[in-house]
Write a protein that binds this ligand. Structure first.
Ligand code: FEO
Length: 168
C-alpha cells in the first residue's frame, strides 16, 4: 500500500475539528471532577469523594478514546490546554447540580458531532459516537438520581446523605 493511501483520513475534516473540541471538553470535565473530588475529600465525604475521583478518571478515558480514534483514522489529535477550572463550591448539592449541567452540555455536544458525522456520511465517527450517546444517558441518569436523593433526604445531615450515594 502506498503512503498516500495509508495516511488518507477516514474522518471528515470538520468532524475531526469537532472531535478535537470534544477532547478538550472531556479533559475539562475531568479537571472539574478532580476539583470536586478535592472539595469532598477535605470534608470527609467519602462516597462523593470516591465518585468524583472515579469520574475524573472516566472523563480522561473518554478523551483518550476520541484522541486515539482520530489518530487511528489518519487524523491529527490535539492535546488540549485546560483552563478555567472552578475549585470553589457552595455546597455538595451545588456540586451535583453542576455535574448534571456539565453532563447535559457534553451530551448536547456529542449529539451535535453525531449529526454532523451523519450529514457528511462519516460512518466511522457515527459508529464510534454511538457508545458515547449511551454513556451520556447513563451519566445524566446517575446525577439526576443523586439530586433526587437530596430532595428525599432534605434536612438530614450531609454525611448521612453522602453515605447513601453510590459511585456506580
Ligand atoms: Fe465524558 Fe461525562 O462526559
Amino acid at each position: 500500500m502506498n503512503t498516500a493511501i495509508r495516511t488518507q483520513m477516514s474522518i471528515h475534516t470538520e468532524v475531526m475539528d469537532l472531535l478535537n473540541n470534544q477532547i478538550a471538553m472531556e479533559m475539562h470535565a475531568s479537571a472539574s471532577y478532580l476539583a470536586m473530588a478535592s472539595w469532598c475529600d477535605q470534608r470527609e465525604l467519602l462516597n462523593s469523594k470516591a465518585l468524583f475521583y472515579e469520574q475524573a478518571e472516566e472523563e480522561r478515558e473518554h478523551a483518550m478514546k476520541i484522541f486515539k480514534f482520530i489518530n487511528d483514522n489518519g487524523g491529527s489529535a490535539i492535546s488540549p490546554t485546560v483552563v478555567n477550572v472552578n475549585n470553589e463550591f457552595e455546597s455538595l448539592l451545588a456540586i451535583y447540580e453542576k455535574s448534571l449541567e456539565q453532563e447535559i452540555a457534553v451530551s448536547d455536544s456529542i449529539k451535535k458531532i453525531f449529526k454532523k458525522a451523519r450529514t457528511e456520511n462519516d460512518f466511522v465517527t457515527e459508529i464510534m459516537l454511538q457508545w458515547f450517546i449511551t454513556e451520556q444517558a447513563e451519566e445524566e441518569d446517575k446525577f439526576r438520581s443523586i439530586i433526587d436523593l437530596f430532595d428525599l433526604m432534605e434536612g438530614m445531615p450531609l454525611k448521612m446523605i453522602d453515605e447513601r450515594i453510590s459511585k456506580d
